[in-house]
Design a protein around this ligand. Structure first.
Ligand SMILES: CC(C)(COP(=O)(O)OP(=O)(O)OC[C@H]1O[C@@H](n2cnc3c(N)ncnc32)[C@H](O)[C@@H]1OP(=O)(O)O)[C@@H](O)C(=O)NCCC(=O)NCCS
Length: 131
């Protein structure tokens, strides 16, 4: 919850985190340094499609490769459990996240107009995983 507040301005409530960490079909990986949680990546596996629901790195540990490691670990876990595609929505002005997804092979396949409550558009990201 503390990292969620620092990295994502409080994206999920405690109840949402409980669900993400316990419900079948939900995947969540964390990157730790000793007792410190540096980042997390979460998703929801629907048949063979991974819906990535959150990815964040502590602001003090960004641009050191943590985001890429988390994303690859989540994709690998999902692939082992049968995922063949991965998708997510990202704010159209989130340059850091868009660059990260592009670096990992995602492509932009669509735009959801005014997807976020503040009026920003979302870009749909898509990745085909090896069959
Ligand atoms: C997006 C986020 C997870 C990236 O984490 P990170 O640990 O900084 O990412 P990495 O260090 O692994 O960067 C991997 C690649 O992403 C791109 N990237 C990351 N931060 C960037 C930035 N600020 N500007 C431009 N490109 C950036 C680069 O291509 C980078 O590769 P390079 O270092 O070889 O150039 C992090 O900025 C974050 O937590 N942002 C807030 C939450 C968020 O927006 N999550 C995504 C929601 S969809």
């Amino acid at each position: 919850m503390a990292l969620d507040r620092r990295a994502l301005d409080g994206f999920w409530s405690e109840a949402q985190w409980q669900r993400e960490l316990t419900e079948p079909g939900r995947l969540c990986v964390g990157l730790v340094n000793g007792a410190e949680l540096l980042g997390f990546a979460c998703g929801w596996l629907v048949i063979d499609e991974l819906h990535i629901t959150a990815l964040a790195v502590d602001p003090q540990h960004r641009q050191f490769g943590c985001g890429g490691r988390l994303l690859r670990a989540l994709l690998q876990q999902a692939h082992q459990q049968g995922a063949r595609q991965a998708t997510l929505e990202v704010a159209a002005d989130n340059a850091a996240a868009l660059a990260l997804y592009a670096a990992e092979g995602f492509t932009t396949t669509g735009r959801r107009s005014r997807y976020y409550s503040d009026g920003r558009d979302a870009l749909i990201q898509w990745l085909e995983l090896p069959s």
